[in-house]
Each structure stands twice: as structure tokens, then as C-alpha cells.
Design a binder for this molecule. Structure first.
Ligand code: A3P
Length: 345
């Protein structure tokens, strides 16, 4: 009898204990997110039709949680507020560059309560089949957001695809364009590494980087190799400048985003006319990954997928030197056009 009573008591204590821990965790998570979202700052002009628009506290606080509940569609009281949610065309696009750190940039910007990311690469403007489906198809691919928030998508192929600038211009001639670049030779090797991994997964062999990057007949840099061509940033940018003034672009230093993300993100906040909300609290260095990871609150944090931050194969130093020499004049032109000097060799 006594044994039975003890077991019953133990069970009760266990249930009460779980409830207490659960509530505590919930409170901590909530306080964590509110702490980040509390002071409401005005957002300057360009995005809101009414100029200085205040962010409603609700829109900021419930950015993530309510979207989830919206889909579940449970309480009618919440539905009233949630009806404000809309699928908006992007006000800013990360147009490239492939392997520049486009995913990291999008995920980090999404820490900002006024930013809502399109999770997938939509490939609307660079894919003729998708483009033929029309702008409504594109809009329907966007996540739900409040009108005061801005949607951002990233499709790195946009930067190098000929038709894209005109197509984006036709959608919104005053859109903001983000380009994240890395030192061109490193980016080209990263690009190669991604392709190599794909080949290896299919049990295929592939050429060495040196063989692709250097023309064996001339011993010069092989500009027909896509990974090299993509890294000639100025050539691609010049095509975009036929449609958009340079003021509509912001260059993100992808190498610095790896080592010191906050100042880069603060520059983007400024460019997007967003109140500064991303803080050091939201970014922590994960020694195992060797990269910064994202902290939403005391409980929720995440690192990028393992496909980001691959180990690059070793490349012949003389090939690296040759490539760096090749890119040098293009880099100078890129600095001159963009007004952003990067410390590339
Ligand atoms: P590597 O895999 O060559 O290291 P993209 O998202 O455009 O494909 O870019 C991938 C690159 O983002 C990675 O290239 C990695 O270096 C870089 N990167 C920047 N910040 C990162 C982060 N916090 N976590 C993982 N990768 C990051």
C-alpha cells in the first residue's frame, strides 16, 4: 500500500515538474524574443507609401509564431489580425554572386523583425519557363508578411543571366539590389568545389581545378570556364547598370561576412532603410562549424547547412597567383564603379 502511494506521489511530482519546466522554457523563449523586438523604431521612407511608417508591435513580435498559427487556422480571434498577412513582391533581391555567401546573408537579414525571407531560390527571372508563368505566380511563391515588412528573395543566378536586369526592371524599377562578393579566386574555387561534390556524389570523376581554370594550349586563364567568368564581377555589373543606377545596389563583402558579420549586416540595414535591430546577440561563433551561427532567442539558434563552408581542395599556388593577377584589373574597375574598395590581392 505504502509502495503504491509512493509511486503515485512520484508520478504526480513528475507531471508537476514537467509542467513547471515547460512553462519556464516558454517564458524564457518569449522574453528572449520580446527583448529583441521591444523598442519600436520608425522606418524611413522609401518602402512605405506613407513615408515614415511605424511598425506595429504585433507585426514584429509575432513575425514567426503567428505565421505558423495562421496556417493551422485555429482561433477566429487571431484570424482577424492575421488577415493582414499578404504575399508581397520583394522590395529587395540578393541577385548574387553564387558562392559569395548569399544564403548566409539572407538568413542573417531574416533575423531582422521587419524582414521576411523567401526560403527557396525562386529562379523566376532567370528561368524562361518560370518567367512565362507571370508575376502573380512569382508573388504566390513569396512568404506571408505584414504590409510594413519587406520580403527578400535570393537567386544567385540572377547576377550572371543576361535577361534578368530588364525583367526585374519591368517588375520594379526602384527595387534594391544586393550583391555579395568574395575574393574572386576563392569564390571560383568554392564554385568548383560545389560542382566537384555533385560529381563525386554521382560517382563521377572530374577535372582538377587547375585544368579547368588554365587553358592548356595557351597557358592563360581560361575565360570560357564558368567559375572564372562569374568572378569577373565588373562585366556582369556593367550589364545591370544599363537598367539601374549604382545607388540601387549595395555591395556586401562576403569575406567579411564570414569573419565579422555584424558590421556588414548593419550596412545592409542602413541601405534598406531599416532600423538597426540585428545585434551581436543574434550572432555567435560556433567553433565546431568554424562559422557564425544565428541566435533568435535564448532557445532557438541555428547554423547554416553543412553544404555551406566546404573544405576546398588544395590548388597549385602558381595557378592562384595567375588567377589573382588576371582578376586584378577587373577588381579595380569594380571598386571604382561601386565605390567600395575591398582588400583583394
Ligand atoms: P564555402 O563553402 O566555399 O566555404 P552561397 O550561400 O552563396 O552558396 O555561399 C556559400 C558560402 O557562404 C560558403 O562558401 C561559406 O564560406 C560562406 N559563408 C558565409 N557565412 C557563412 C556562415 N555563417 N556559415 C556557413 N557559410 C558561410
Amino acid at each position: 500500500m505504502l509502495f503504491k502511494q509512493q509511486a503515485w506521489l512520484r508520478q504526480k511530482l513528475l507531471v508537476l515538474g514537467s509542467l513547471a519546466v515547460g512553462s519556464l522554457l516558454y517564458l524564457v523563449a518569449r522574453v528572449g524574443s520580446l527583448d529583441r523586438l521591444q523598442p519600436i523604431c520608425p522606418i524611413e521612407g522609401r518602402f512605405g507609401a506613407r513615408g515614415q511608417a511605424e511598425f506595429p508591435l504585433r507585426a514584429l513580435q509575432f513575425k514567426r509564431g503567428l505565421l505558423h498559427e495562421f496556417r493551422k487556422g485555429n482561433s477566429s480571434k487571431e484570424q482577424v489580425h492575421l488577415q493582414d498577412l499578404v504575399q508581397q513582391l520583394p522590395k529587395a533581391i540578393i541577385i548574387g554572386v553564387r558562392k559569395g555567401g548569399t544564403r548566409a546573408l539572407l538568413e542573417m537579414l531574416n533575423l531582422h523583425p521587419a524582414v521576411v525571407k523567401a526560403s527557396q531560390e525562386i529562379h523566376f527571372f532567370d528561368n524562361d519557363e518560370n518567367y512565362a508563368k507571370g508575376i502573380e505566380w512569382y508573388r504566390k511563391k513569396m512568404p506571408f508578411s505584414y504590409p510594413q515588412q519587406i520580403t527578400i528573395e535570393k537567386s544567385p543566378a540572377y547576377f550572371i543571366t543576361e535577361e534578368v536586369p530588364e525583367r526585374i526592371y519591368k517588375m520594379n524599377s526602384s527595387i534594391k539590389l544586393l550583391i555579395i562578393v568574395r575574393e574572386p579566386t576563392t569564390r571560383a574555387i568554392s564554385d568548383y568545389t560545389q560542382v566537384l561534390e555533385g560529381k563525386e556524389r554521382k560517382n563521377k570523376t572530374y577535372y582538377k581545378f587547375e585544368k579547368l581554370a588554365i587553358d592548356p594550349n595557351t597557358c592563360e586563364v581560361n575565360t570560357k570556364y564558368k567559375a572564372v567568368r562569374t568572378s569577373i564581377y565588373t562585366k556582369h555589373l556593367e550589364r545591370w547598370l544599363k537598367y539601374f543606377p549604382i545607388e540601387q545596389f549595395h555591395i556586401v563583402d562576403g569575406d567579411r561576412l564570414i569573419t565579422e558579420p555584424l558590421p556588414e549586416l548593419q550596412l545592409v540595414e542602413k541601405f534598406l532603410n531599416l532600423p538597426p535591430r540585428i545585434s551581436q546577440y543574434n550572432l555567435y561563433f560556433n567553433a565546431t562549424r568554424g562559422f557564425y551561427c544565428l541566435r533568435f532567442n535564448i532557445i532557438f539558434n541555428k547554423c547554416l547547412a553543412g553544404s555551406k563552408g566546404r573544405i576546398h581542395p588544395e590548388v597549385d599556388p602558381s595557378v592562384i597567383t595567375k588567377l589573382r593577377k588576371f582578376f586584378h584589373p577587373f577588381n579595380q574597375k569594380f571598386y571604382q564603379i561601386t565605390g567600395r574598395t575591398l582588400n583583394w590581392p
